[in-house]
Design a protein around this ligand. Structure first.
Ligand SMILES: Nc1nc2c(ncn2[C@@H]2O[C@H](COP(=O)(O)OP(=O)(O)O)[C@@H](O)[C@H]2O)c(=O)[nH]1
Ligand SMILES: [Mg+2]
Length: 408
């Protein structure tokens, strides 16, 4: 059985020789496996190509492919394609070329493939896993994993944005790449490939891994653009998966606008930066400095304005969910009870929003509107799940009519 480990590279001249040697040294732990390494390079401007072709010319187990264009997705997808078509791989693996992934985990991952799994996902977030990056990168990893979990509805997977994976040729051939944004310049291929594997019905196993920060060279990750792509991808998945969620998002977004406009008018007399009134509508309520304090809360204009605008958006949400979003779901019991339940579950969302507004404004010294926007997104997912589980439940499924017999 042939295993090809694809290492995508862009300017890894300081690391590439060492990682190739370390991967090859795993061969003795996998006697039944014919281990090859493929470096899939995006036309590096440093000496990566030169170093690898040199190694490859002395070692038939090492291969080099120049995919010409930039992009991690391009490097990975074209690399795996080459591994299947030209190198006749049965098992495909991928790991970073900067020694962040430890090759000594490979034999364990391959063993799971041989037990019948289709995809082994290296996870920094499960028990035993470690992520040794700086705090903002750790925040990205955790945040995007939580977001993917919620937006895809995949609660059995812990990690989404890591690249260390092993999978079968059979799985790769079943993936519909028309639906995978693999030509993107960000690393969206990582969650997107995982999602495509789930869609293809893959049997997935996660194994804990330690992610070391690179010691040499530089990171090519563009975290802001990547975050944006992860967000977009989650929305796309949801829209595909459920029209109800699309309606829920529309109502949520409209109620966010209502919330933001109300907050702006009450607190500043503005809609975002647009000045509407010379004074805030709540100008009689003092701002932070002159406001009364209650335990750890300051009852100032921002606080009162937030409460009013949030409450207004709850009512707006309920009216639209009742009559539009969840119209076709079960409406058993009285509307009053549903409204009370909705208010009760809605408490979590404003608490999340208020906490977010206050953290942004008071601790991070950022604009309260940014805090509201972040709070709304987190609150939204929370609310959706509580709504469909508790308030507007699925209708009990109708027994299927017996299959009709075709008469010619
Ligand atoms: N083929 C290819 N590989 C890339 C590209 N960008 C990054 N990589 C590789 O992807 C792996 C992870 O990239 P890195 O910059 O370390 O990102 P980080 O680990 O998320 O900070 C490394 O092996 C990079 O050389 C690219 O445009 N093309
Ligand atoms: Mg790296």
């Amino acid at each position: 059985m042939r295993l090809v480990v694809t290492i995508p590279t862009y300017n890894e001249q300081e690391n590439i020789a060492e990682i190739i040697a370390k991967v090859l040294s795993q061969a003795k732990k996998m006697p039944a496996i014919d281990l090859h390494v493929l470096v899939s390079d995006s036309h590096s401007s440093d000496n990566t190509a030169k170093i690898v072709t040199q190694i490859a010319s002395n070692n038939p187990k090492v291969h080099f492919l120049d995919v010409k264009q930039r992009g991690l997705g391009t490097g990975l997808v074209k690399g795996h394609r080459f591994a299947i078509d030209k190198l006749k791989a049965d098992i495909l693996a991928q790991m970073d070329g900067d020694l962040s992934h430890d090759p000594s985990t490979l034999p364990k991952m391959v063993a799971y493939i041989r037990q019948g799994y289709d995809l082994i996902n290296g996870s920094r977030l499960m028990k035993g896993g470690k992520n040794l990056l700086g705090w903002h990168r750790r925040l990205f990893t955790r945040g995007s994993s939580l977001y993917c979990k919620l937006s895809w509805g995949t609660f059995n997977l812990s990690e989404y944005t890591n690249s260390y994976r092993v999978f079968t040729k059979r799985l790769f051939d079943r993936i519909n790449f028309a639906k995978v944004p693999w030509k993107s310049k960000t690393y969206i291929i990582q969650p997107a490939f995982l999602y495509a594997s789930i869609e293809a019905g893959a049997k997935i196993k996660e194994v804990p891994i330690t992610f070391e920060d690179r010691k040499r060279g530089y990171s090519k990750a563009q975290i802001i653009a990547y975050t944006f792509d992860v967000f977009k991808f989650g929305i796309k998945v949801r829209l595909q998966r459920s029209k109800t969620f699309a309606k829920f998002l529309t109502v949520g977004f409209s109620s966010y606008l209502l919330n933001a406009i109300t907050l702006g008018l009450l607190n500043r007399g503005q809609i975002y930066a647009l000045i509407i009134f010379p004074k805030p509508l709540l100008s009689l309520i003092p701002t932070f400095e002159g406001a009364p304090k209650l335990l750890f809360l300051t009852i100032d204009r921002l606080f009162i304005a937030s409460i009013i605008s949030i409450e207004l958006s709850i009512i707006f949400n309920f009216v639209f969910h009742e009559n539009w979003t969840f119209k076709s779901r079960s409406h058993s019991g009285s509307i009053i009870v549903r409204f009370l339940k909705f208010n009760l579950t809605s408490i979590a969302s404003p608490i999340i929003q208020l906490t977010s507004i206050l953290i942004f404004a008071r601790i991070l010294n950022l604009h309260e509107q940014a805090g509201l926007a972040v709070g709304v997104i987190i609150g939204l997912f929370f609310n959706y799940f509580v709504n469909v589980i508790w308030i507007w439940k699925a209708r009990p499924s109708q027994p299927k009519p017996p299959a009709t017999i075709e008469v010619r």
